[in-house]
Structures are given as structure tokens and as C-alpha cells.
Design a protein around this ligand. Structure first.
Ligand SMILES: *Cc1c(COP(=O)(O)O)cnc(C)c1O
Length: 365
């Protein structure tokens, strides 16, 4: 069976460095917000091209904290894509603000900048963009709208570590960004982890306290804070894996380009890259097909695991039953037709050849 993602194989490439990291932290005797987290934050800010980085517990927290730090809450609205992983939207709800869904572009699956302006009201405070599946959003028109309406731009980079938009890394284009180091992401820890990047000094100062009980000085609480810190133990592991990130993304790109040039089947729609090749880091390789279940069964019978990102659109989730009557046809179409092919930094080109060959033989019913 060709598995979708072999996490063990990905991490065992770094076995020696990971074991050394554990030993280093164990022997340091310092287990929360120490030198390792600080060192990773510095390097990750440098990598992304921002002034600051803060390690936090996960990406949902990163986004929630950013929105909180901007003072966005009840009676405020935040624009988010209708086609995203639920966490992007939860980060808005968690602050008591209202997520306003905007449909994606069917070519890129990312928020359609042309549909944003009509959703802006006097209550709108921010646009939360998601670089979905690893592809950078078209940021220029989004930044232009934000500037005109005086809105913050928050980037959800959970799937797009290292992706470039016109030469700049995602996470450095908007006002602030959230990253996830969940094990399956392009930069993954051995557990949960996340980060915030920003070049806004005031925001950084506030978030620095907010992630640690709202405290800058022990036992003095300036804000009603959170406990959301990147583990000291994950930091050196992430730092080691960061060295490999560009190379890993390049391998994903090779696999994606191989799929895109080799798969020829009129029943399938392949993903498009609208910017430079480096604008996509291929967290997943999404294709669309009319009869998804049939296709996935066929792939399974041929020993290839495929997955769906994601089966139920946010506005159809029980958690948001208040949106059940709303219509987001593009998002619904994507959720009905999308399937992800195997791709990863350790996925063999040989296996990709087999995947393409099997797909080219596929006959829809
Ligand atoms: C994974 C993911 C998140 C959440 O990340 P966690 O670290 O698991 O909280 C948020 N947004 C998107 C788009 C994601 O894919």
C-alpha cells in the first residue's frame, strides 16, 4: 500500500539530532520558554523575513491570540474564506467576533479577492487569509483593500511554511500570521506547536505577555492572558527540521510537477499554480473529480491511499448550525469533489510514477 503520508519516515531522517535535542533540554534543567524556544523564534523570524516570532502552543491559539491582541471581539466582523480548515474560523468565534465567509476562486481554492469588498461593513476589523493547500493567496489586491478600509490582515500559514509571494515569504506580508507545527504540516514537531510572526513591535509586546498568562514579569499580570507556549523540547527539533524545509518543499514541488505533467485524464481537474513555482509548497496535492467515492475506491483497490481535505464545509458543520441555510456553492463544490494524492518530502518519484499511471487508466462511471 502506498500510504498518504509516512510521518515516521520523515522524522527518522533526523533521529540523531532529535535524540540530541531531547538530551540537551533534559540536561539544561529548564523546560518552559528557555533558550531553545528563544533560539528557534529568532531563526524562524529570520526565515520568514519578519522582525519577530513567538512560539505558541498551536496555530488555532496563534490566530486567536492575534485577534485578541488587536482588540477584535463582540460586535466586530472578520472576513475569512468559506473554504478552509475549521480552525481559521474558530479563531474568530473564540473571540466573540463574527466570521464573515467569502467564497474561494475555483482555480486556486484560495479566497477570491474580487469578492471581499462587497462583504465589508462598518464592523469589519480584519481579513484573515488562508494560504490553503500550501499556495500563497493573491496578496496584492487583498492588502490594497485592507489599506483602503483600514483593516488588519492576518495570515493563516498553517499549510504554507516557506511559500513565496512575489519573493516574500508568507507570514511576512500581512500584519501578523499564525503557523502550525502539527506533525503532518510542512514543518512539523513531534506533537503540537505553533508560532506567530509579525513586524509590529507593539503587537509583539502584547502577544509576548498574552501567551504567558498576560505577564511580562513573573506574578504581575497586565492582561487576562492565556497559557499558550511552544514546548522547550519541540524548539530544537523544529530548528533542526527548519534547516531542511526548503529542500523538503522543493521535493514536494518535484512530485507535484511530475503529477501535473504526467496525469492526463479528462475526469480529473488538476491544481493550478498562478504565481511563481515557489508560491506553492504543496502541503497537499488536491485534484477534483465528479464521482469522488468511485475514484477513491479505485485508487484504494490499486494500493494507493488518498484523503479528503475536507469533506464538510465549515458552514455545514454542526458547530455552525446557524449558517446551515447559507449558500456557498463554490465551497460546496470543492468539498464535494476534492481529493488529495500522496505527497511528502519522503515520497518517491517511483511511487509518483505508479500513482500517475494508475490514474491515467481510471475510467469514471
Ligand atoms: C492545521 C491548521 C490549523 C490549526 O493548526 P493547529 O496547530 O492544529 O491548531 C489552522 N489552519 C489551517 C489552515 C490548518 O491547516
Amino acid at each position: 500500500m502506498i500510504s498518504f503520508l509516512d510521518l515516521k519516515k520523515i522524522n527518522l531522517r533526523h533521529e540523531k539530532e532529535i535524540m540530541e535535542s531531547v538530551e540537551k533540554v533534559l540536561h539544561s534543567g529548564w523546560y518552559i520558554l528557555g533558550e531553545e524556544v528563544k533560539g528557534f523564534e529568532q531563526k524562524y523570524a529570520e526565515y520568514c523575513g519578519t522582525e519577530y516570532c513567538l512560539g505558541v502552543a498551536n496555530c488555532l491559539d496563534a490566530l486567536e491570540l492575534i485577534i485578541h491582541a488587536y482588540g477584535i471581539g463582540e460586535h466586530d466582523e472578520v472576513i475569512v474564506p468559506s473554504n478552509t480548515y475549521i480552525a481559521s474560523i474558530l479563531s474568530v468565534s473564540a473571540n466573540g467576533a463574527t466570521p464573515i465567509l467569502v467564497e474561494p476562486d475555483l482555480n486556486t481554492y484560495n479566497i477570491d479577492p474580487a469578492l471581499i469588498e462587497e462583504k465589508i461593513t462598518p464592523r469589519t476589523k480584519a481579513i484573515l487569509v488562508v494560504h490553503l493547500y500550501g499556495q500563497a493567496c493573491d496578496m496584492d489586491p487583498i492588502m490594497e483593500i485592507a489599506k483602503r478600509y483600514d483593516l488588519k490582515v492576518i495570515e493563516d500559514c498553517a499549510q504554507a511554511h516557506g511559500a513565496l509571494y512575489k519573493g516574500k515569504r508568507v507570514g511576512s506580508i500581512g500584519d501578523a500570521a499564525g503557523f502550525s507545527f502539527y506533525p503532518g504540516k510542512n514543518l512539523g514537531a513531534l506533537g503540537d506547536g505553533g508560532a506567530i510572526t509579525t513586524s509590529d513591535k507593539e503587537l509583539y509586546g502584547k502577544l509576548h505577555a498574552l501567551r504567558n498568562y498576560g505577564s511580562k514579569k513573573k506574578y504581575e499580570n497586565l492582561f487576562k492572558g492565556y497559557n499558550s507556549r511552544l514546548d522547550e523540547l519541540q524548539a530544537p527539533i523544529l530548528l533542526e527540521k527548519l534547516k531542511w524545509l526548503d529542500q523538503d518543499n522543493a521535493h514536494r514541488r518535484d512530485i507535484a510537477e511530475y503529477y501535473s505533467s504526467s496525469i492526463i485524464n479528462p475526469n480529473l481537474t488538476l491544481p493550478l499554480v498562478l504565481g511563481e513555482p515557489e508560491s506553492h509548497v504543496w502541503h497537499v496535492y488536491p485534484i477534483r473529480t465528479g464521482n469522488r467515492e468511485h475514484f477513491m475506491n479505485y485508487m484504494n483497490e490499486n494500493g494507493i491511499q488518498t484523503l479528503i481535505h475536507y469533506p464538510i464545509p465549515p458552514h455545514k458543520q454542526a458547530a455552525y448550525k446557524e449558517w446551515g441555510h447559507l449558500n456557498y456553492p463554490i465551497s460546496e463544490q470543492i468539498h464535494n469533489e476534492i481529493v488529495s494524492l500522496p505527497i511528502s518530502p519522503v515520497f518517491d518519484l517511483e511511487d509518483a510514477r505508479y500513482v500517475a499511471e494508475v490514474i491515467n487508466r481510471y475510467e469514471a462511471i
